[in-house]
Ligand binder design. Structure first.
Ligand code: NAD
Ligand code: UDP
Ligand code: UDP
Length: 313
């Protein structure tokens, strides 16, 4: 049995990862400071003999004995990561240093949840892993983007300098049950607005595009990445290449939820990328035939069902 540390394990992605690890018989230590995570996301695991939940902030050292680490701790939505931007950078950078130091001491394998935001507002489309990105170092998104870029740098320096067994995945927009209802992400915003009968807020003219990956597909790829052979570090893009404009997304949500909502247009936030789509050829090639399986409409249905129970509507 593997003893696995999941940082950020009470968050959206982390809690789904804990579920899968427990289901496959691993021993899971879930570490979270509950900044954006919620105990309710892992409440169903609390009595499980192989599950342990620990309140801890990864910017501080952590001494535990584990075989593998999934490092997911970091607020992921602009509303949350801009709330305390200095803490966001610390979480990515000091958090990475501490988790890498831990992995080095226990000689364990460590996977970093990086992000498509390392590509910034890209001039290459879709983005392959070899693209270096176009990131504003001093903008309001920089605490997240540059923090994650620096974390990647640290991972690769620990790999080169200390021969650490690292894995890096770059996650593209992922959605599903247990997303934070108030985190301002477009999928949760649109669904919550539609369920409440409020108008859907389109930022800009709605022509900007994103690719949305359903959480189960993402977790499957992460688990496969963790099991790849030593020396295969990535970075590997994980996402669903299906690309939709925000207008198209809004229309799909309206169709599935029904109700009186209309579309209203609001100003586009600064540094908002115009287009984003993963190039997942490397994931397809290296992750044992992995392929996203859940289409946007099916994934939205699951997510809407979750938010319906949350708001009892
Ligand atoms: P989330 O906010 O639900 O989860 C992040 C978790 O980290 C939360 O439980 C939060 O409480 C915890 N956390 C934050 N700072 C911490 C700290 N200093 N110490 C300990 N715990 C801390 O977000 P998510 O969507 O589940 O994202 C998980 C990871 O995946 C993040 O690293 C994020 O950057 C990355 N990611 C997510 C997406 C996405 O679309 N969801 C896309 C790209 C990358
Ligand atoms: N660290 C940790 N847990 C451990 C081992 C290390 O949190 O089990 C932290 C430690 O506080 C240190 C960081 O990881 O600041 C980096 O460790 P490393 O061994 O790379 O560097 P050093 O200790 O030499 O600064
Ligand atoms: N967006 C929107 N309405 C909302 C929330 C977001 O039109 O209520 C837009 C946002 O401007 C961006 C896209 O949707 O162009 C995706 O935003 P999100 O914050 O979900 O993800 P990210 O920008 O980090 O990819």
């Amino acid at each position: 049995m593997n003893k696995i540390l999941v940082t950020g394990g009470a968050g959206f992605l982390g809690s789904h990862l804990c579920d899968r690890l427990i289901a496959q018989g691993d021993d899971v230590l879930c570490v979270d400071n509950f900044f954006t995570g919620d105990k309710r996301n892992v409440a169903h695991l609390l009595g499980h003999p192989h599950f342990e939940l620990m309140r801890h902030d990864v910017t501080f050292p952590l001494y535990v004995e584990v075989d593998r680490i999934f490092n997911l701790a970091c607020p992921a939505s602009p509303v949350h990561y801009q709330f305390d931007p200095v803490q966001t950078t610390k979480t990515s950078v000091h958090g990475a240093i501490n988790m890498l130091g831990l992995a080095k001491r226990v000689r364990g394998r460590i996977l970093q949840a990086s992000t498509s935001e390392v590509y910034g507002d890209p001039e290459v489309h879709p983005q392959p892993e070899g693209y270096w990105g176009r990131v504003n170092p001093i903008g309001i998104r920089s605490c997240y983007d540059e923090g994650k870029r620096c974390a990647e740098t640290l991972f690769f320096d620990y790999y080169r300098q200390h021969q650490l067994d690292i894995k890096v995945v770059r996650i593209f927009n992922t959605y599903g049950p247990r997303m934070h209802p108030n985190d301002g992400r477009v999928v949760s915003n649109f669904i919550v607005q539609a369920l409440k009968g409020e108008d859907l807020t389109i930022y800009g003219d709605g022509s900007q595009t994103r690719s949305f990956c359903y959480v189960d597909d993402l977790i499957e790829a992460m688990l496969r990445m963790m099991d790849t052979e030593t020396g295969f570090t990535g970075p590997v893009n994980i996402g669903n290449p299906g690309e939709f404009s925000m207008l198209e997304l809004a229309e799909k949500v309206l169709k599935l939820v029904g109700g009186p909502s209309r579309l209203v247009f609001k100003p586009l936030p600064s540094d908002d990328p115009k287009q984003r789509q993963p190039d997942i050829d490397l994931a397809r090639e290296r992750l044992g035939g992995w392929e996203p399986r859940v289409g946007l409409e099916d994934g939205l249905k699951e997510t809407i069902a979750y938010f319906r129970t949350m708001f009892a509507v």
